[in-house]
Design a protein around this ligand. Sequence first.
Ligand code: F3S
Length: 393
Amino acid sequence: MELTSIQQSMLNGEHGEAVQQSMEILVALGKIYGADGMVPVSSAQIAGVSYKTIGEAGLEYLSDLAKKGAKVKIPTFLNPAGMDREQWQKMGVPADFAKRQMAVLDAFASMGISMSCTCTPYYIGIRPKVGEHVAWAESSAVSFCNSVLGARTNREGGPSALAAAICGFTPNYGFHLDEKRACGLVIDVRAPLKTNADFGALGAWAGQLAKHRNPAFSGIRKTAANEDMLKALGAAMAASGSVALFNVEGITPEYKVVDGAEKVTFAADDLLASRRSLTSSDTPPQLIAIGCPHASIDEIKEVAEKVKGKRVAHQLWVCTAKETKEKADALGYTSTIEAAGGLVVADTCMVVCPLKEMGFTTTACNSGKAAKYLASLQGQKVVYGDVEDILCK
Ligand code: F3S
């Protein structure tokens, strides 16, 4: 693997211990995956932010790196944390958890990382261009970045994304290369898709089928799929399979299919069956959680319009980025949702907060990704449906 003189000097320790340690991670990764060298990256997104996910060992690792003087060189932002930093008490997060979560965030802040904790950086102005190289970690953000934006990132782990942020480079392999971006499975969508929950159900189905292939979709009309829906599709595929890139004919900037790709059809029956498979409870939820991936301002508006002048029967969270919440505050959506008994929560989500410890056992959602992870990581029974359905359960 070829290193430039500056990269070699980083590896030799001439830029300090934290840079050296980070370069060692990147070089080791590059060797494992056969990279020919490093590629500069314009932004990084760090996963492994919630104390629930990283625990004491993660906190120690970050504090140690911070003590060694680690500083990021490129715009770097965080994945959702385990709580809303301002509203954690309203959410019911235990105080001890909150203290440890704040210590994690303090370590990141001392490295110069933006305190925006979101999996939808592309809704708050961080939108790399077609072909631009970045090092993002959260699986739905990675999928959106590669597929909808046409930028290039591997599905980084927390330490490798942080190492890329500290050094400004990532090893040149995987989705940074043209040859890894073609699709080996074509899904002809015949089912009528109308909502995020429909796209999430398609994603849950397609992710399982894709295995390690990039899926391509035909039959989805441009006018019938907005960015929120493509976000829902990619997130569900990342959770049910390990899909980090997909193409949609006539919509995504790339549409490349390999010769001999398998072709399958997604029919109305498949949609129904997939939606059913994401539901594991027929009893009413204790919590309705919307915003996986983090809600756009349009999605928050939709919730506000549906609950205006009503009282929601269960706890309701709409999870979003802090910057998007500020817009929702200014437009009056937050106060409408609060008047109905709900909360717009920033910097966190239903999957990475300590949901079980907070006493929830049944959660409703409209996200294929959340449905998968609420069941497998949070031990929840799940009610799956469109926003309208789950608000009225
Ligand atoms: Fe984002 Fe949490 Fe879903 S990180 S993609 S809202 S599981």
